[in-house]
Design a protein around this ligand. Structure first.
Ligand SMILES: NC(=O)C1=CN([C@@H]2O[C@H](COP(=O)(O)OP(=O)(O)OC[C@H]3O[C@@H](n4cnc5c(N)ncnc54)[C@H](O)[C@@H]3O)[C@@H](O)[C@H]2O)C=CC1
Ligand SMILES: O=C(CO)COP(=O)(O)O
Length: 322
């Protein structure tokens, strides 16, 4: 089935690179200069400089151009997903499978991507793809494994087979919410890990923060309806480990700059910045203890100085670990 990708940033371009190995892929983006560079020079200089893209990727600027696709990957930032659905609505083929690849929670509604898309584009089969996968690694053909979940197991299997590549392993599943929760929450925790590094708190503090952060991810994920097994899988624990491991992660890099008190205005997209407040709100509404997520939200909304956040976490009463 033919594949189209919506969003010509780092991740959209990387996924198009994998999908284009089998048959040509259309990549819908907004910037004419980038489209031209992809089509003429086989490079996305803004988002994946230096990586040679396959000839099978055709960059297009008009949504009508993705009309015939049977599989459409949506790869724009989470907060833009609703507007992107509205823009695509008149152009999608009936029955096209929509694969949601962004990692975030819609701020105004507290909804994950599948709920946003199902509301805006009712009737289209939906799947989510998430897991430990830096765009530059995937585009360079380095080994990567991700999860693809759809409520319809047969659809998940078919999409996983179509989107997998020789070094891009796609595991199929049916826990849509679990995959989305892992992908969104790990970004918030990566900001905390980066801030810890930026403050120079040391490797032991970092390990403790990531581990206790994972407890929060599982508590909140389960309260939202995730299967606990999904949360210890690629899209939960796997992506948390990757994203908390260094500055190749934009969320970690954001936290690092925050901890160092550096300028944040020039940094790349860090989805955790947009998801932290709404994740904290979801935890509060469900009575879930999530002090690290709450601390990140407080730091980002300006109500909690970074140093006070660390002091508050350390001053929490001692208790049983489990
Ligand atoms: N970069 C990575 O390694 C990975 C990223 N992701 C997720 O994929 C999503 C996209 O991330 P990246 O591609 O890395 O971001 P990016 O910042 O590299 O690119 C974002 C793309 O979305 C486009 N865009 C922004 N607003 C738009 C709008 N309103 N309508 C249409 N297009 C719009 C931009 O023009 C750009 O092409 C994020 O949710 C991210 O968490 C997931 C896995 C890996
Ligand atoms: O989701 C990612 C890797 O799986 C990318 O992480 P960053 O957005 O933090 O760079």
């Amino acid at each position: 089935m033919s594949v189209a990708v919506v969003g010509g940033g780092a991740w959209g371009t990387a996924l198009a690179t994998v999908a284009a190995r089998e048959e040509p892929v259309r990549l819908l983006l907004r910037d004419a200069a980038i489209a031209d560079a992809i089509n003429r020079r086989r490079e996305n200089p803004a988002y994946l400089p230096g990586i040679v893209l396959p000839v099978g990727i055709e960059a297009v600027l008009k949504p009508t151009a993705i009309g015939g696709a049977g599989i459409v990957l949506l790869v724009t930032p989470a907060q833009t997903l609703r507007a992107v659905c509205r823009m695509l609505a008149p152009h999608l083929s009936a029955g096209a499978a929509l694969v949601l690849c962004s990692k975030g929670i819609e701020r105004d509604t507290g909804l994950f991507a599948s709920a946003v898309v199902e509301a805006e584009l009712p009737g289209y089969p939906v799947a989510v793809l998430s897991g430990p996968s830096f765009a530059s690694d995937v585009a360079a053909g380095l080994p990567t494994a991700v999860t693809l979940a759809a409520r319809d197991a047969a659809l998940a299997d078919a999409l996983a087979r179509r989107l997998a590549g020789p070094a891009f392993r796609v595991y199929a599943g049916t826990d849509v919410l679990g995959v989305e929760a892992g992908g969104a929450l790990k970004n918030v925790l990566a900001i905390a890990a980066g801030a810890s590094a930026g403050l120079g708190l040391g490797a032991s503090a970092q390990a403790a923060l990531v581990t206790r952060g994972f407890v929060e991810l599982t508590r909140l994920g389960e309260a939202l309806g995730a299967d606990p097994r999904t949360l210890v899988g690629l899209s939960g624990l796997g992506d948390l480990v990757l994203t908390c491991s260094g500055t190749q992660s934009r969320n970690f890099a954001y936290g690092l700059a925050l901890g160092r008190g550096e300028d944040l205005s020039t940094l790349k997209l860090a989805e955790g910045v947009f998801s932290a407040g709404v994740a904290a709100r979801l935890a509060t509404e469900r009575g879930i203890e999530a002090p690290i997520i709450q601390a990140v939200a407080g730091i980002l909304d300006g109500t909690l100085p970074v140093a006070d956040a660390v002091a508050a976490l350390l001053a929490r009463p001692l208790k049983r670990e489990f």
